[in-house]
Write a protein that binds this ligand. Structure first.
Ligand SMILES: Nc1ncnc2c1ncn2[C@@H]1O[C@H](COP(=O)(O)OP(=O)(O)O)[C@@H](O)[C@H]1O
Ligand SMILES: [Mg+2]
Length: 578
């Protein structure tokens, strides 16, 4: 497997006090404590989708974003850091004599992406800095590097930045203590722009579901950052105008940290039944039973048990899938009996396969029911479930197209506060209709550039891709088959557009047929057929990220090969340049 340049987040967590202990205690006791600690660290790290790379003495090193980037690896690492710290602190055996110190840092490394290899080699300054942050951290505290902190500004609270020296670095680096998780994000303060028709379509479907009493399923499919969540927020905000008594319940699928397969449904049930979040399992079962009974379900005991089990108030191991799905379907039907119901599945692409199976069943209530189900998802879901939604009655598939340049310009103007036209224009050109990209680029300019009139600084910032964007796109590329991914890397060598024979010329190592690989990439909406027989990256930044994964040395070789190919007379172009 070839080496790549990637941005990863590295976590070092060290247990202090062990050395002193080592002198005073029997080695077996020390070993037992260490094992306890490693187990906690391993469990937490893997629950967050990271990998423990090695444990040296009492320190654990974990990597997030390798072999698979998730788009939010910095957040995962921060969340893992908090969990490790809290779990060690809550462990009476460990906490009585030990303290934990953690460093988390994000940066570029060179690494192999080999799923099979049990240990992988990563090299880069980012690793040393993470180790240094850990050594600098106070007992029980977590120190983050600046890039890590920046990736997580909305979700975590951070303390005051300080500077520390790192061996081999000329300038001190900025670090910030991680204090905790931030409260839930509130509704966007910025107006919704350029989605009138999408909103109208959603509202039309809602009206029909409510007035005709017919269950509808709407899938809103669009790549990360297209504005699915924002559109939903607006729809829900305006919902009271369509139905004064509709119940809204949202199941948020999370990319990590789910304790139970069906965890996202927990929030649905809590909302529908009106459960207390921290109620004891017996209470939960009883309340569900009463709720079902009140709504006319005869002998609701078994259904109540199953529903309780899905949300962790029961034994999930003994669940009979068919019975479980039936119980959920009943719950949805019952919930919609008195007033309209809006069920939302947020980020369904992150759902486990079992949960997807269940969702497919519950989105088909029997009989008349005023239920509107909305699934927000990235197109990755369709790679996994090509038939998603198909063949179902009252299924509406909506895709969110990129925003128009005018809309993005408006959005940017809202966020930069002034209408500095030279900036607006450049951000619009780079964001290519993706509001998330636009927001992130604006944010990075605001963070790094003191004055918007400093054209050179603005240019410089515009030329650097924010980590958040890089991470989102890399997560998508990492889900591709290795050869599909390779084609994108090779295509990136030619720029925004490239031709099949160009790929063939650069990549004689491909086992599959280039045309079929290109077809698959078109299917996955990463590239589009373009003028002549060429292909264009769907988004300029996809090209940029694919390009950036190549090692500098490899880029140089490929550039030379690409240049030779471009110079060759047309008749010779199908041959390998070597
Ligand atoms: N139509 C829009 N008008 C204004 N801001 C938008 C619009 N769509 C998205 N945004 C903003 O862009 C960012 C990404 O949108 P989001 O809804 O989170 O994307 P998705 O859910 O598709 O990943 C958010 O900050 C959001 O507020
Ligand atoms: Mg979203």
């Amino acid at each position: 497997m070839a080496e790549e340049r990637r941005i990863v987040t590295v976590l070092f967590a060290d247990l202090t006090g062990t050395t002193v202990l080592g002198e005073a205690r029997d080695p077996e006791d020390v070993r037992a404590l260490q094992t306890r600690y490693y187990n906690i660290a391993r469990e937490v790290v893997s629950a967050h989708g990271g990998t423990v790379e090695k444990s040296i003495g009492d320190a654990v090193m974990a990597v997030f974003g390798l072999p698979q980037a998730h788009g939010d690896d910095a957040q995962r690492a921060m969340s893992a850091a908090l969990d490790i710290r809290d779990r060690v602190r809550a462990d009476p055996k460990l906490a009585s004599q030990q303290t934990v110190r953690i460093g988390v840092n994000t940066g570029e490394v060179v690494a192999t992406r080999d799923n099979a290899a049990s240990d992988f080699l990563i090299t880069g300054d980012a690793v040393n800095v993470a180790a240094r942050l850990q050594q600098t951290a106070e007992p029980w505290s977590i120190l983050c590097g600046e890039r890590t902190a920046r990736a997580a500004r909305d979700r975590f609270t951070l303390g005051r930045p300080t500077e520390i020296d790192v061996k081999g670095k000329r300038l001190p680096i900025q670090t910030l203590p991680l204090l905790g998780r931030a409260a839930e994000a509130t509704l966007s303060r910025f107006p919704l722009i350029g989605r009138d028709d999408d909103l109208a379509q959603l509202e039309l479907v809602a009206r029909r579901a409510f007035t005709d009493r017919r269950p509808f399923l709407v899938s809103l499919v669009a790549p990360a950052g297209a504005g699915k969540t924002r559109l939903l927020e607006e729809f829900l905000h305006r919902l009271p105008a369509l139905s004064s008594d509709a119940t809204v319940a949202i199941a948020q699928c999370l990319p990590y940290g789910q304790r139970v397969t069906y965890w996202p449904l927990r929030a649905l049930l809590i909302r529908l039944v009106g459960l207390k979040d921290e109620a004891a399992p017996e209470t939960v079962r009883e309340e569900i039973r009463v709720w079902l009974h009140d709504r006319g379900v005869e002998s609701p005991e078994r259904a109540a048990d199953l529903l309780a089990a899905t949300i962790g108030a029961g034994e999930p191991e003994v669940i009979d899938r068919t019975a479980l799905f039936a119980a959920w379907r009943t719950a949805i039907e019952v919930a919609a009996r008195r007033s309209p119901l809006v069920l939302v599945f947020e980020d369904l692409h992150w759902s486990s396969d079992s949960l997807l199976d269940l969702v497919e069943v519950i989105v088909q209530p029997r009989g008349d029911a005023a239920v509107l189900m909305i699934a927000l998802t990235r197109p990755e879901l369709l790679d996994r479930r090509p038939g998603w939604g198909g063949g179902r009655r009252n299924y509406v598939a909506m895709s969110l197209e990129p925003l128009t340049d005018d809309s993005v310009a408006q959005l940017v103007r809202h966020r930069v506060g002034s209408s500095a036209p030279q900036i607006v224009e450049r951000v619009v050109a780079r964001a290519e209709g993706n509001p998330f990209f636009a927001v992130e680029i604006v944010q990075s300019i605001k963070e790094r550039v003191l004055s918007l009139n400093d054209v050179a600084a603005v240019e410089h910032t515009l030329a650097t891709l924010p980590d958040t964007i890089q991470a989102t796109i890399l997560a998508r590329l990492d889900l591709l088959e290795p050869e599909e991914r390779r084609v994108l890397q090779l295509g990136a060598m030619f720029g925004r557009t490239f031709r099949a024979d160009g790929i063939a010329a650069l990549g004689p190592d491909l086992a599959s047929d280039t045309d079929s690989l290109l077809d698959r990439l078109v299917q996955k909406d990463l590239i589009r057929p373009s003028a002549g027989d060429s292909f264009a990256f769907r988004h300029i930044l996809i090209r940029e990220v694919a390009y950036q994964t190549l090692l500098r040395s490899e880029r140089a070789d490929l550039h030379a090969a690409a240049a030779r190919r471009l110079e060759a007379p047309p008749g010779e172009r199908t041959h390998s340049p070597n």
